[in-house]
Design a protein around this ligand. Sequence first.
Ligand SMILES: [Zn+2]
Length: 468
Amino acid sequence: MMEEVKDKDKFSGWYLKILEDAGLIDSRYPVKGMVVYKGWGLFIIRQMQRHLEKLLEEAGHEPVLFPVLIPDDILGKETKHIAGFEEQVFWVTHAGANELERRLALRPTSETAIYETFRLWIRSHQDLPLKIHQSCAVYRYETKHTRPLIRGREFLWNEGHSAHIDDEDAMRNIEEIKEIYGKLIRDILCIPFIVSRRPEWDRFPGATDTFAFDTIMPNDKTLQIATIHNLGQNFSRAFEITYEDEKGEHKYVHQTSYGPSFGRLLAALVSIHGDEKGLVLPPEISPIQCIIVPLFFKGTDKERIQRYAEDVGKKLNEAGIRNHIDSRDERPGNKFYYWEMKGVPLRIEVGPRDMERNELTVVRRDTGKRSQLKFDRVSEIPKIFDEITENLRKTAQKRFDQRFFKIGSMEELSKNSGRGILSLGWCGNDECAEKIERYVDILSVNNDRGTCIVCGRDGKEVNAANTY
Ligand SMILES: [Zn+2]
């Protein structure tokens, strides 16, 4: 069914076209790497945001919004952090014609801005754990090839930050965030993923550990959609964030930070569920969940059918289902194509026969299956939504599970690189890693049971893939 889209060579073109055709974004904005979010795309992003913020706040996070500008001395306080971001920072150096005394960075991420304030907020062990989150845009001067929603110079995300009395509590928070992100990504967006503990060289600058959520795109490249970092005491030492424990001793807090990219989640959603007709959206996040198309045939009473369609719309409103009646003067077939392309989960056709029988014709976007539904059973539609969600989740998971391969030699690696996520042996040596990374990026080091495919020594089993 999806062969055309899943064709690696055609995927990239399909992706760029559907973003524009479906009205998700406009990528013609005259600053490279920055896009305009349009109604259909922004609605989906806001739905994700609403779900995520609710989950975070239920888990004890307080919403905040920090300024976009960070003074350069504060951005530079944690040395590894600034070294990692230095090349990507946009600087504000002037106010009008006057040069600023202190240049200001557009936040590439907010650890430094927020921790400068955590220092003031945290006094005693009773202030801990402190957990906050914000949804905002961040700015990075990406030098790699930019791609809408996947790699941009401005992107939308939610970032969470926490401070704890010890490492154990910080680790507990990391596990809780893994669950929260899992709920958003797998349960609501139906996107399959693995969580990888990144190798040392691929950690977030300033972190002691980074866990990343990776999914697989139709071209078999992995896309990192969220990360969680254990910051240890690196930032609390740099920013002097201490608390007084029960004995009156001052101690540095332990910290974590984390964020999913809304743009990348949207990119994954579009690519993983989409097909040759366009988007396929999970009902929970679709701007319109049911599109009602009145069928005006020759000789039918247009007004009566329109009224019947409006009755259906009212009934859907009562059931809390987002709906729209497409009464445009267009052929029904054109309307069908249009709403299928936009990914609306359910189409309701109402024609003369449906009206006579007090029924509706219901067509699923994911399977194309048609069925009849009695007018007074409209309230059962959420059940169909659950079936659609379940089907999208299972279909995507099945395809994902088929893209894991075991690799036993360099020859096999050269033949299979770019096929998904490869599991292979690596001895831990830099030279061997370099040879492996000519073909693939190492995503994670899993365990100590592997034979290096380069030199044959005992080593570790690693996951590797071509990455975005
Ligand atoms: Zn080796």
